[in-house]
Design a protein around this ligand. Structure first.
Ligand SMILES: *Cc1c(COP(=O)(O)O)cnc(C)c1O
Length: 405
């Protein structure tokens, strides 16, 4: 049995709206996904019935809010097959999660140590590490990419050495959709004793990662890319690493005891959760995972692959259209340009037709530099998109090209 797309679409109120007088066709899912009624309802229910601050309260609402928030954490733990719920740190999203690790990891390293990034990264998995290197004298090495938009794994093997302490790459590239061979990346890094952080922001909506099986040291997710709300996400860390890392922010909730002479820190996960968290967000993240699991990741992946194959075929029929990122292992993302037309111009015309795509460097400027282009048009598909919508996209691109050339 495939997916019942009509029934699924009915869960997403926003898909009914019109944009510039046209029915919305939303193809910017790699930037943020849309939110089903089930998740919206969990947010409404929270504010209508249990809104209270958590963990310290003696009163009923506070206890109910604490239970609901911790139940959200438990859903995340289960979904990613994590051993302990205290290995799940709630953050505001992947950017926060990576900064948390990058800011603390420097204290475990010495000048001259090496860390390895890939050429396929989102800026949020580049800049925090550059900031760390500047402070510590740690050296940043880069796994290069190939013309098909894949990592050069031979070069990766050559970069690994006794000096390597940490490798951090994304599971899926947001700009090109490439699914990186993270199993191999992790096992090779572990062989030489380096830790691995995987940025799972772009993978989470399409691939259900088993973090124990992957044996990864850190993994990051943003809820808003997987049908949840913005402003919440997680950092998974193996307990031994989370114990070694110093706290990221100081404040309430993260302490055991505070005096002006000395402060001791709370146990995991609270050591990294200073201040009042996004309580409602943690609950809604859990609701989003429930929703996705009810649909089923296998079904989502195979339907999205059909959409990808169909759209790739149809788009390539357009004269002068070039697709960037041709890995056989990719999620439903198509990054493309047509001739010398600026991506922004096509994106603007598509918007007039109610079609939402993203244009630009997609927070991955090094990839655009590699291809020597200012940016691409990126259409990224979700399980609620349809073949008819793709026909509209293809027709819209054709029309735009005619108008612009
Ligand atoms: C979206 C994304 C990020 C950044 O996530 P935020 O939710 O903006 O913090 C990082 N890496 C990848 C691969 C992404 O797709």
């Amino acid at each position: 049995m495939g997916l019942n797309i009509e029934k699924i679409r009915a869960d997403f109120p926003i898909l009914d709206r019109k944009v510039n007088g046209q029915q919305l066709a939303y193809f910017d899912n790699a930037a943020t996904s849309q939110t089903p009624r089930q998740v919206i309802n969990s947010i409404v229910k929270y504010y209508e019935t249990i809104n209270a601050n958590i963990h310290r309260g003696v009163h009923t609402l506070s206890q109910e809010a604490t239970d609901a928030y911790e139940a959200g954490r438990e859903k995340v733990r289960k979904h990613f097959n994590v051993q302990h719920s205290h290995e799940i740190i709630f953050t505001s999203g992947t950017t926060h999660s990576i900064n948390l690790v990058a800011s603390g990891f420097g204290s475990l390293l010495q000048k001259g140590d090496e860390i390895i990034v890939s050429a396929l990264e989102h800026h949020s998995n580049i800049v925090p590490w550059q900031m760390m290197c500047e402070k510590t004298g740690v050296v940043l090495k880069v796994i290069p990419m190939t013309l098909s938009g894949e990592l050069d794994m031979e070069k990766y093997t050559q970069l690994l050495s006794a000096k390597t302490k940490l490798v951090f790459v994304n599971h899926v590239s947001n700009a090109l959709g490439t699914i990186n061979p993270i199993e191999k990346i992790i096992s090779q890094a572990h062989e030489i004793g380096a830790a691995v952080l995987i940025d799972g922001a772009q993978a989470a909506p399409h691939i259900k990662a088993d973090l124990q099986e992957l044996d990864v040291d850190f993994y990051t997710v943003s809820a808003h890319k997987i049908c949840g709300p913005t402003g919440v996400g997680i950092l998974y860390g193996k307990e031994e690493w989370l114990r070694k890392l110093p706290p990221y922010q100081g404040g309430g909730e993260m302490i055991a005891e505070v005096t002006f002479e000395e402060t001791t820190y709370a146990d995991l996960p609270h050591k990294f959760e200073a201040g009042t968290p996004n309580i409602c967000g943690g609950i809604a993240f859990g609701a989003a995972l429930d929703y996705m699991n009810q649909i089923g990741f296998d079904k989502v992946a195979s339907y999205e692959h059909e959409l990808l194959t169909y759209a790739t075929e149809k788009l390539l029929e357009i004269d002068g259209l070039k697709i960037y990122g041709e890995s056989l292992q990719k999620t439903a993302v198509i990054s493309f340009n047509v001739g010398n037309i600026h991506p922004y111009d096509i994106g603007t015309l598509l918007d007039k037709m109610g079609i939402a795509v993203r244009t630009g460097h997609h927070c991955a400027q090094p990839i655009m530099d590699y291809f020597q282009i200012p940016g691409t048009i990126r259409a990224s598909f979700s399980f609620y998109n349809t073949f008819e919508e793709i026909d509209r996209l293809v027709g819209g691109v054709k029309k735009s090209v005619m108008m612009l050339s």
